[in-house]
Design a protein around this ligand. Structure first.
Ligand SMILES: [Zn+2]
Length: 343
């Protein structure tokens, strides 16, 4: 059920620890009726640390993964997902690839799951800003609705000076949807709490006329920016709401002292904000021995032989969570399928 936000309280009351925890690792969907926009507020804490803990990345790479994870939480929640949405950056820079997966909740009220990994050349990393570690390349969004469904993919050149900028350019170019992100993330040094990552952000998007991710985008021309797409009343709404969002402070985005609904009222009280049920998010990896066996099932016994180690095993490591799989070659590949069917 949705609920129209209440008028702002005259005086703010500090949040209790319980309220703070309730808003961490959630995505709050909202709508601005007066300006025909939709949006999301996301806060990541434990989920983000769960994602990063699977790896041991240098700080610049962690910052990029944190930004991608936050974008993934914001974008993933806008799609009615039966399976997963993936964000991917591929570049010629020191950070060659960043991939994040968002798995929609299996049932209403269940958490969505996010996982991420990056690959990079350690000797090419510099002390410069995180985004400088990314070179020329592409930003892609893939939507996989599961078995029997054709996956959807959109792809645009990297542009905009940050991963959020790349995502904005993606939506303008590939989906023709004016979209804006305002993000804040970093290592939190709150007193009395172990240093850890926190991230928070707001996404604003013109209300899609048709299902945004189902319509085919495409084209390889000039990279559009959101402002190129809006005209007339739309332009006025877009500019007004963006100016309001420009006033947001990092501490309001990342929390934990400002509740997301209070933030929306502070920024957009004139725009008639309406909020929907918050979506909890967690770190989660979907890898399993079954999935490894499935991905190996396309190979012949001869192919499997070439993958077999000197110790006579077929091994695989999950890039997202580091899980190690060690299998008997006689039980994998399509030549072994009969044995599997009987299992
Ligand atoms: Zn895994």
């Amino acid at each position: 059920m949705d609920a129209v936000c209440q008028a702002p309280k005259a005086k703010e009351t500090p949040m209790t620890l319980g309220q703070q925890i309730a808003w961490d690792d959630t995505v709050l969907p909202f709508q601005l009726d007066a300006s025909d926009m939709r949006g999301r507020v996301a806060r990541l804490d434990g989920a983000l640390n769960g994602i990063l803990k699977q790896h041991d990345y240098p700080p610049q790479v962690e910052a990029l993964v944190a930004e991608m994870a936050l974008l993934t939480a914001l974008i993933g929640q806008t799609v009615k997902l039966r399976w997963k949405l993936q964000l991917q950056v591929q570049s010629k820079g020191a950070v060659r690839m960043i991939a994040t997966d968002y798995y929609g909740p299996e049932e209403d009220g269940q958490p969505a799951r996010i996982r991420a990994y990056a690959s990079y050349d350690a000797d090419r990393l510099t002390d410069g800003p995180a985004f400088d570690q990314v070179g020329e390349g592409y930003f892609a969004i893939m939507i996989d609705q599961g078995k029997g469904m054709t996956p959807y993919q959109g792809i645009t050149p990297l542009a905009g000076g940050s991963l959020a900028g790349c995502a904005e350019a993606y939506f303008a170019q590939s989906e023709q949807l004016p979209t804006r992100f305002s993000l804040s993330f970093g290592r939190s040094t709150e007193e009395g709490v172990d240093e850890h990552w926190r991230a928070g952000g707001v996404m604003l998007q013109h209300m899609p006329k048709a299902s945004p991710f189902v319509a085919q985008g495409g084209g390889t021309g000039e990279v559009l920016q959101a402002a190129d797409l809006v005209q007339g009343d739309q332009e006025e709404n877009w500019n007004r709401v963006n100016i309001l969002l420009d006033t947001v402070e990092d501490i309001e985005l990342v929390g934990p002292s400002v509740a997301p609904a209070d933030l929306l009222l502070r920024l957009f009280s004139q725009e008639e904000p309406r909020v929907y049920d918050a979506q909890p998010v967690r770190f989660g990896c979907t890898c399993s021995e079954d999935r490894v066996r499935q991905s190996l099932s396309i190979y012949s016994a001869r192919d499997i032989e070439t993958m077999t180690t000197d110790e006579g095993r077929v091994t695989a490591d999950c890039q997202f969570c580091g899980a190690h799989y060690d299998l008997d070659p006689a039980t994998v590949g399509f030549d072994a399928a009969g044995a599997e069917d009987g299992a």
